[in-house]
Design a protein around this ligand. Structure first.
Ligand SMILES: NC(=O)c1ccc[n+]([C@@H]2O[C@H](COP(=O)([O-])OP(=O)(O)OC[C@H]3O[C@@H](n4cnc5c(N)ncnc54)[C@H](O)[C@@H]3O)[C@@H](O)[C@H]2O)c1
Ligand SMILES: [Zn+2]
Length: 316
């Protein structure tokens, strides 16, 4: 099916674009932002709802979708971790504002000493941040969905291990781009903890080499230009296709093939929710779109899920 065929305008599906202004503890100001990104409001959607009630209604709607879903999947990107102090790539002030992405390719890393030296210069800085980062309200909310029996799995593009730190069992996390806490020798496969490599870097080593065979050591993360991990990619695709609700949290949805996951889900009939500060290319396909911070939004949604589940349990 073409992407056009998915457009809610053509399917008469409900499509709402909202910008919610949430404080960490309360909903204060909501603004309807339909049309700002050049997407005409689809037919079937009425006049902009009243400012405050509309935001509440959208959070309630997502909570209701989660309660009803049998196989809800959450899909996260770097935006879920910015509130933990880890910069994303593409927001203003993001990593690609300070470094040239073309230099940090797999080919440069494997092919040249200079590529590896530059990679480890950046890696040393980034890992210091990742290692000390703590999960935020969004990570905890997603872990809470699991405890409530409302999470089939969390597919993540992140490498920061924060879903696991928040209490999500590792088997529930599908890491599409690897995990920055581990490294290995590309020749003899000897595993290394990234903490150990960090110690080498901090003691003056500029290009770590395997202590067994002098081979190239590489973190277990996927660089641009590198093949995706087959098992995780297939598993993520299959979970996306069998989900009945697919919730994107904090991703620009421009890095492929990860960015195709929401479309796999939508094409297979799932409802699509996108929670992201900036617009994404898949916004027109969202059943609910919330343009605000992941932490407070996800915490509010999970509060509402819990209230509903508690309410339904107390009904005789
Ligand atoms: N924490 C990490 O592990 C980390 C950090 C940087 C980059 N990455 C890598 O970045 C690649 C890029 O894809 P991506 O889409 O994940 O990142 P991206 O940088 O392309 O996009 C991040 C998106 O998150 C949104 N965002 C930022 N803060 C947010 C917040 N508090 N609440 C809601 N939305 C917020 C931004 O508007 C942006 O659209 C991935 O491959 C990932 O591996 C990961
Ligand atoms: Zn080796």
């Amino acid at each position: 099916m073409s992407e056009r065929g998915l457009c809610p305008r053509n399917r008469g599906g409900r499509y709402t674009r909202l910008r919610l202004a949430l404080s960490a503890v309360s909903l204060t100001r909501n603004r309807f932002a339909c049309g700002r990104g050049g997407y005409p409001r689809p037919s079937g959607v009425g006049a902009p709802p009243s400012e405050k009630g509309s935001g509440m209604r959208e959070l309630d709607r997502v909570a209701e979708l989660i309660v009803r879903a049998e196989r809800p999947v959450v899909f996260t990107g770097a935006g879920v971790s910015t509130e933990s102090g880890i910069p994303d790539f593409r927001s203003p002030g993001g990593i690609w504002g300070r470094f040239d992405p073309d230099e940090f390719t797999y080919q440069n890393f494997i092919g040249t000493e200079e590529g590896r030296r530059k990679y480890w210069q950046l890696g040393r800085q980034l890992y210091a941040v990742v290692r000390n980062a703590r999960p935020n309200a969004a990570h905890y909310a997603i872990a809470e969905l699991h405890r409530l029996g409302k999470l089939d799995c969390c597919i993540t593009q992140n490498i920061d291990n924060l879903h696991q730190k928040a209490g999500l069992p590792p088997e529930k996390v599908i890491e599409l781009h690897g995990n920055a806490t581990r490294a290995r020798c590309l020749t003899c496969e000897r595993p290394y903890s990234r903490d150990e490599i960090q110690e080498w870097l901090e003691s003056g080593v500029s290009i770590p080499a395997c202590t067994s065979c002098a081979g190239i050591i590489k973190p277990n993360t996927i660089l641009f230009g590198e093949a995706m991990p087959a098992r995780e990619t297939l598993e993520a695709e299959s979970r996306a296709k069998s989900s009945d609700l697919f919730v994107v949290v904090g991703s620009s949805l421009v890095v492929s093939p990860a960015a195709m996951m929401p479309l796999h889900a939508k094409r297979a009939g799932a409802k699509l929710v996108i929670v992201n500060l900036a617009e994404t290319p898949h916004d027109p396909y969202a059943d609910v779109l919330i343009q605000d911070k992941a932490g407070p939004v996800m915490a509010e949604i999970v509060n509402r899920v819990k209230s509903r589940l508690a309410g339904s349990r107390s009904v005789p």
